[in-house]
Design a protein around this ligand. Structure first.
Ligand code: GLU
Length: 488
């Protein structure tokens, strides 16, 4: 395993899929585990499906996930260009060589003829596939037609010999020649290669040692090894990654939940949690351990721990990973993240003021256990940084109480708040508890109008700590306003 060279080779057709990120991750980890190189190649040969936004999304999500690449369109490298649409000459060269050496031929059949052929085959209940008509053109005839400007594709000559290759996860795979597609297209009439030709050409020229890719490519792998063999190029090692399924055993799709990396990012997932979770979708370190940093994975990853069986994407478990990662932050780290979220939501200034920093530090320990996603933070913290919309009067009244009870609680509490900036929140709590006891109220009922008045809501982070973060003057003003509302 020296000189590992691996790649992530996405087709920019849509937002980066979670499965794509896992493919990128496994390639990245293999390179890092063996001190090799990981490069990025943009496979934009299907011009009808090309989407420039997808390219930006790709860079954005890979960077967000922390997977850096050694070579690629943006950083260059010794094997560029790394964008397939800029390598068309190379594919043509390969295809011409295959023709010259008797492994491929030009096919001039029009799309209309191919449609007719397919319809006829269907009517006759015959297996579908190209009828090899242009195989019988002599090289001179084919040259002539090409020179006259007739559009053509280049097809591979599929022989009937069986094909075998080794997959690093799945073991030996063997296919009878008769089970393979008839003379598949390598170069399209627009001069762009199909995936097959581009894969073989690029992974040879770019010296890829291992091809870790989605299992959807497994059926095409026999063709790929035939192409490598025909060209006299060494085959790379193939690693077809286990499928990712939804909880119902079907291929993961939008029906199951978010599938694009961007959606996860925007829903407040931490990249470290997502990456950790994805690493376990088809790989395990052995044993029960589940939590790994990227740096740890870079050391531990190996091909022999990849699974054959599909991974089931468990959204609940991923949520749990996210919450666990959030709890893993130290208080200063979490406070900084809270401020970032608060500033994104327009609640605080950027950079944060000293007062806002202090507030975030006070709130960090109070919200850490309550957060599953970081983007829930602005909702929880709004009342600390900004004035909440006053709650309706009815909300201020405790369950088995009246407006009078609520008003008398607030009246009793307002004087207790004086001096709270100079006390610990525990000391304020003591005072409140004593007062609740004196009035013969349970602390929960006693705190109800206080919570609603201060936070604007019946649910809030722990109140005594929160009041400390809001600050004496603002707490007092909110309690007084609520009291007025109740007594008017
Ligand atoms: N462009 C192909 C895809 O996105 C790449 C497959 C491969 O890794 O070779 O599916």
């Amino acid at each position: 395993m020296n000189n590992v060279r691996v790649r992530y080779a996405p087709s920019p057709t849509g937002l980066q899929h979670i499965g794509g990120l896992r493919t990128a991750l496994f390639n990245y980890l293999l390179a890092r585990a063996y001190g090799g190189q990981f490069y990025l190649r943009i496979e934009d040969t299907d011009q009808t499906r090309y989407n420039p936004e997808a390219v930006d999304d790709l860079y954005d999500t890979l960077r967000w996930a922390g997977l850096d690449w050694d070579e690629g369109p943006d950083r260059g490298g010794p094997f560029g260009p790394y964008i397939q649409s800029q390598r068309l000459e190379l594919y043509r060269e390969t295809a011409e060589r295959l023709i010259a050496e008797g492994h491929a031929y030009r096919c001039f059949c029009t799309p209309e003829r191919l449609t007719e052929l397919r319809t006829w085959q269907e009517q006759q209940h015959l297996p579908s596939g190209y009828d090899r008509r242009c195989r019988s053109l002599s090289p001179d005839e084919a040259q002539k037609l090409a020179r006259e400007g007739n559009p053509y594709v280049i097809r591979f000559i599929q022989t009937e010999a069986p094909v075998a290759f080794e997959d690093e996860i799945l073991g030996k795979i063997e296919k009878a020649g008769t089970d393979l597609p008839i003379d598949p297209v390598l170069l399209k009439s627009d001069g762009y290669p199909t995936y097959h030709l581009a894969h073989v050409t690029d992974d040879h020229l770019m010296q890829t040692t291992h091809v870790l890719r989605a299992q959807e490519w497994l059926p095409s792998a026999p063709l790929h090894v035939q192409l490598f063999d025909a060209l006299g190029w060494p085959r790379p090692k193939y690693v077809h990654l286990p499928l990712i399924l939804g909880s119902d055993g079907q291929k993961l799709s939008k029906r199951h939940g978010a599938t694009s990396v961007r959606q996860f990012k925007e829903s407040g997932y931490l990249p470290a949690a997502l990456v950790n979770y994805l690493a376990l979708l088809g790989w395990s370190a052995g044993g029960d351990r589940e939590f790994f940093t990227l740096a740890e994975l870079e050391k531990l990853f190996s091909l022999d721990r990849l699974n054959k069986s599909p991974g089931v994407f468990d959204y609940k478990k991923l949520e749990h990973f996210n919450a666990t990662y959030l709890r893993g932050f130290s208080e200063p780290e979490l406070a900084a993240l809270l401020l970032e979220e608060a500033s994104k939501a327009g609640l605080t200034s950027t950079p944060a003021t000293e007062a806002e920093k202090r507030q975030a530090e006070l709130m960090a320990p109070l919200v850490r256990e309550r957060l599953t996603f970081l983007n829930e933070a602005p909702g929880m913290l709004r009342f600390v940084f900004a004035e909440p919309t006053p709650a309706p009067v009815a909300d201020l009244i405790p369950k088995k109480g009246t407006a009078e009870t609520a008003a008398s609680i607030l009246a009793a509490v307002i004087p207790l708040v004086s001096g709270s900036d100079e006390r610990t929140s525990e000391a304020t709590e003591e005072l409140f508890r004593a007062k609740a006891e004196e009035l013969g109220l349970k602390l929960g009922d006693f705190m109800h109008p206080v919570r609603v008045a201060v936070s604007g809501s019946k649910v809030s982070p722990p109140m005594f700590g929160s009041m400390k973060a809001v600050g004496e003057a603002r707490v007092k003003a909110r309690l007084e306003a609520a009291w007025r509302l109740l007594t008017n």
